[in-house]
Design a protein around this ligand. Sequence first.
Ligand code: CMC
Length: 460
Amino acid sequence: MGTEESSIESGVSETLTITDNRTGKSYEVPITDETIRAIDLRQIKVNPDDFGMMTYDPAYTNTASCRSAITYIDGDKGILQHRGYPIEALCEHSSYLEVAYLLVFGELPTTPQLERWVWDVTHHTFVHEDIKAMLEGFRYDAHPMGMLVSAVGAMSTFYPDAKMIEDPEERYMAAIRMIAKMPTLAAFSYRHSLGLPYIYPDNDLSYAGNFLNMLRKMTEVKFEPDPRLERALDVLFILHADHEQNCSTSAVRSVGSSQVDPYSAVAAGVAALYGPLHGGANEQVLRMLRRIETVDNIPDFLNGVKAREEKLMGFGHRVYKNYDPRARIIKKHVDEVLDAVGLDNPLVEIATELEKRALDDEFFTSRKLYPNVDFYSGLIYEALGIPAAMFTVIFAIPRTSGWISQWLEMTDDSEQKIARPRQIYTGDRDLDYVPIEDRNGPEKIAGPPARRPVKSRRGA
Ligand code: CMC
């Protein structure tokens, strides 16, 4: 490792020699940071007018799409760091807004910088009344993530100047507005599902405390959040703030690469997060634990997973092939939150036993499947009295600082262009057009296709 590290640190380029056995020709391509540039393969051709060699990487499992100085992950060792600071230290010493500042600006703030940042975020938490009216138009049972996708996209129409994506003032305001308003939109969508009046932000409260206020406040004049719950939620926010090039962040970067405004780019991230293989997993974990019902049913459930009838939700990760460090931190907070709310949740017992048995089972250990952040976060949200449909919405609140930091970095990166992958075309070519009266096909009139068997779905 010593030589590799020093060559990366000093930026010394090495080379890779590739021999094309079709032609016998050899090519030397530069290696930088243990990576070759895919475009360097294009020179590899059999005939001069060939397109040239490409790489095929359907889910970007081994393709770096950017250079980034925001988040470092070592999936084999279970390490997560933001701007160089270990996640454990940030959870212990920082607030979520301080971490958001770190992600956006690249350095921990001084006291005056943090005060200004918190003031700016706190004083942009209100949303335009027309956004509220728009949310009120949703059906009573609308999924809050669907509402959030729409509301974030709609924000671009309220701040049209955000289209000036190179204007430093507009960039700053977009960051502030999105981080500030996401909890308000999330809480409004929650109150909508309950048919309760929306609660306006309270600027006297902390970021997490105000979110609890907007979720919970009823007739009391002033909502006072339990400091233990406020802190637990703030830690959850820190843990979800960024996670380098995951599905939703890649969506933000990809959509943002068209130079659309940042609200529209972040709306794409919210939509990506909605999926059950990404941010939707914590909701599925809760549903799974409820379905298992008792500890006695765990062996049957695990047999079903091993027979590939279903997945153990909250387990496995594209990058972590070790315990997700975020899961370790969350696990410590579960009991604390249960104590604070005075609940003895039977699902905690099922989750703990399920984790223990899975970690003892060769099926999971041989595939390096460990609990991920979503395995325990749902239990905390449930203890906070938040329904499962809201879990992904709560994930979206802190991830906004990650999305916006990645968007800022991407739009500043002179190497980035509009995202436009290549394909390997597998269809017919150069067919003769057949007039409709001459076409022969099956007698059956085409309708909805028969349900396809569920194949193992892979994602990130
Ligand atoms: N339960 C059972 N088997 C699994 C699971 C699981 N949760 N995850 C992976 N496997 C198996 C998979 O079937 C495959 O087996 P085989 O090699 O025999 O075909 C092997 O493990 C490798 O899995 P993969 O699908 O190639 O892994 P991936 O990197 O493509 O998928 C994942 C990563 C997170 C989508 C997947 O592990 C999964 O679906 N987990 C459950 C959903 C979940 O908890 N998602 C939250 C991710 S963390 C939060 C976030 O970042 O959003």
